[in-house]
Design a protein around this ligand. Structure first.
Ligand SMILES: Cc1ncc(COP(=O)(O)O)c(C=O)c1O
Length: 477
């Protein structure tokens, strides 16, 4: 059996490179021999950018190094089977929903799901019932689906075939998945978890417990978000037999490129090895908690924390901004000092921290300068951070209609019209409205506030200071 010390894909690729191969195959850069001068710095990594030639296995039918690497990953992350993904958690979410449900089936979905989950529902032709997550009263932040919501949902919609949740949230706050899994399985449903932000949870008991360890059936993780892995690399894990592995494999073959990047595959292999190393060495949480205190001293405030019952990821810092400011304004001020945050909300800035035992240099002086440079503003209540408050406790997804005629209208004139495209605050990528929904005044107000506060949205059109959204044409006569 292959040892966790091994990195089968890295080894396989490095062996190939050592042989000084002559390339008469794709990609066109021929192991880096032919490449634009402007990217000369890539010289050392280009030989890794290979394709499925002899000795390098095949992601879509793995039998050699890729199969071994996926097996090692399953062991480290606590899955029965793991697939390597080269198009992010996006593909994982699409594949798991398509594999788990059939068209017309009813599925409960946490409303603050990423757009990839929303797209998956549409592609799978399922009937979604959206559940608003609980919202913490103190912080106005979503804290996931509770058992109470679940019980009520199954009561109202007894045909439900499963639940799709997002945990942890972008801010690293986790749901009590074990309790949800127990209930869903009792109802003979399946539990799918978008754990895009929690790939590191298996590394240390100091992180919230991962979804697989709590009984989820299928779990998707973006390796690139919280592990040291290349952008777009991700894992899909399965446990038990409630969701067909054959169907998962089938949809991954449909959805993923037929020319998967070996840079990404090697990086997934190395990231698994990294997690294994931390599992064995232990993760030094002290460094980060010391740095957290430094940050709190620099900004004169405590970081935003969830209620005690909610497990929080210590690698996510939810930094409150001074009264009267929006998170987007402070994010921009930090960028003037070349400090780039993961995202901002109406009243906070979110940082993601590295998973490492090595010393990290934090720019505390610069942070202090930024905070001191923010002149005092009269305290006004920042717009509620959670747009989730705008949603009903349950809402049924709108069924896709045949594409009709559409038009762009100014945001101010959109009330009562039917959305022709989703509008998505980005990041985090959670749709404010979906195609087919009627546009309510309070959501339009939310968009206006967000734009004024400096936030970004995908799916609209900006022209000077006017904002347009796409709606369905109303029938004349
Ligand atoms: C909760 C969640 N799920 C899925 C995704 C999609 O992940 P990826 O970018 O790896 O495709 C994201 C991306 O931000 C996300 O935040």
């Amino acid at each position: 059996m292959t040892s966790q010390q091994d990195q089968p894909i890295v080894r396989m690729v490095q062996q190939h490179i050592k042989g000084q191969p002559a390339s008469f195959h794709v990609p066109g850069h021929k192991n880096g021999a032919v490449f634009p001068v402007s990217l000369r710095e890539w010289e050392r990594i280009l030989p890794y950018d290979l394709t499925e030639i002899t000795g390098l296995d095949d992601l879509h039918e793995p039998e050699e190094g890729i199969a071994e690497a996926e097996g090692l990953a399953a062991e480290v992350f606590g899955a029965e089977k793991t697939w390597f993904l080269i198009n992010g958690s996006t593909t994982g979410n699409l594949a798991m929903v398509l594999a788990a449900f059939s068209p017309g089936e009813q599925v409960l979905v946490q409303r603050d799901a990423h757009k990839s989950v929303m797209n998956a529902l549409k592609l799978a032709g399922v009937r979604a019932v959206f559940a608003r997550p609980e919202i913490d009263e103190r912080t106005q932040m979503p804290i996931g689906i509770s058992r109470e919501i679940l019980v009520e949902a199954w009561d109202r919609y007894p045909e439900l075939k499963g639940l799709i949740i997002t945990s942890p949230s972008y801010e690293g706050w986790s749901s009590d998945i074990a309790s949800l899994a127990e209930f869903v399985h009792q109802k003979e449903g399946v539990l799918l978890v978008d754990e895009a932000h929690g790939a590191h949870f298996a590394a240390s008991p100091l992180f919230p417990k991962g979804a697989l360890a709590q009984g989820a059936d299928v779990v998707v993780q973006s390796a690139h978000k919280m592990l040291p892995a290349l952008t777009m690399s991700a894992y899909l894990h399965v446990s038990g037999a409630r969701v067909s592995r054959e169907r998962l494999s089938h949809y991954l073959r449909v959805l993923q490129s037929s020319s998967p990047s070996y840079l990404l595959l090697a990086s997934l292999d190395a990231a698994r090895h990294y997690v294994h190393t931390i599992q064995h060495q232990g993760w030094n949480a002290e460094q980060l908690s010391f740095q957290k205190q430094q940050l709190e001293a620099a900004i004169g405030r405590r970081l935003i924390q969830p209620p005690d019952a909610v497990a929080a990821d210590p690698l996510k810092w939810v930094i409150p901004v001074p009264p009267g400011y929006t998170g987007w304004e402070v994010q921009q001020a930090l960028e003037q000092e070349h400090i780039y945050s993961e995202l901002a909300g109406s009243s906070y800035v979110l940082w993601t921290l590295p998973l490492t035992n090595a010393d990290i240099n934090f720019p505390w002086q610069a942070v202090k300068r930024v905070w001191e440079g923010l002149e005092r503003r009269p305290e006004h209540r920042n717009q509620a951070s959670s747009m989730l408050a705008l949603f009903p406790r349950f809402s049924e997804g709108v069924r896709e209609e045949k594409r009709g005629e559409e038009e762009w209208v100014r945001l101010e004139n959109a009330e009562g019209r039917i959305a022709a495209a989703p509008l998505i605050p980005y990041p985090p990528g959670i749709p404010l409205w979906l195609e087919g929904e009627s546009l309510k005044a309070e959501r339009i107000r939310y968009v206006r506030n967000r734009l004024e506060g400096g936030g970004r949205l995908q799916g609209g059109r900006k022209e000077e200071n006017r904002f347009f959204v796409k709606v369905k044409m109303t029938k004349k006569g």
